[in-house]
Design a protein. Sequence first.
Length: 155
Amino acid sequence: MHACYLLLIRLAHCDDVDLDRKLWTIPKDKMGREHVIPLTEPVIALLKLALKLSDGTLLFNGIRQGKPLSENTLNHALRSLEIDKNTHVFHGFRSSFSTLAREHCRLPSDLIELQLGHIEGNQVKAAYDRSQRLEERRELMNVWSSYLISLQIHQ
C-alpha cells in the first residue's frame, strides 16, 4: 500500500473505495475537507484481496469484529520484519514517500504535497484553487508504484 494516508487506511470503510473509478475517498475531516486518492493497478489488486477478507464495513478489521486495526498493530508488523522503532514507525511512511518521491522519482513537489493532503500555505491561493489534479496525481502514483516494484525486484 502507498505511503499516502497509510494511517487512515486502517479506518477506511469498504464504501470509501471505488474500484471502477480507481479512487479512494477519505471522508471529510474536521475542517470539512474530503480527500481523493487515485489508485494504481497494484494497489487495486491488494484492495480486492482486502475486500474479500473484509466484514463488508471496514476495509481492514481489527481483532474485534467491527473495530479497525490499531496503529500498534501496524507498528508491530514492522517490528516482526525486524525494523526497530528507532529506524521506522508506521506514520513515517508519509515522510518516506515525500522524500523518496522527490529524490528518487523526481516527482513535482506541489503534486506530492497535494497527494499527501497538505494545505496550500498561501491563503489567497488556497481560497481560489480547489483543483485536485487527479490525472496528474494518478500518473504520480503510477511512477511511485513502479519505483516500489523496482525496489522489490532488487531485493
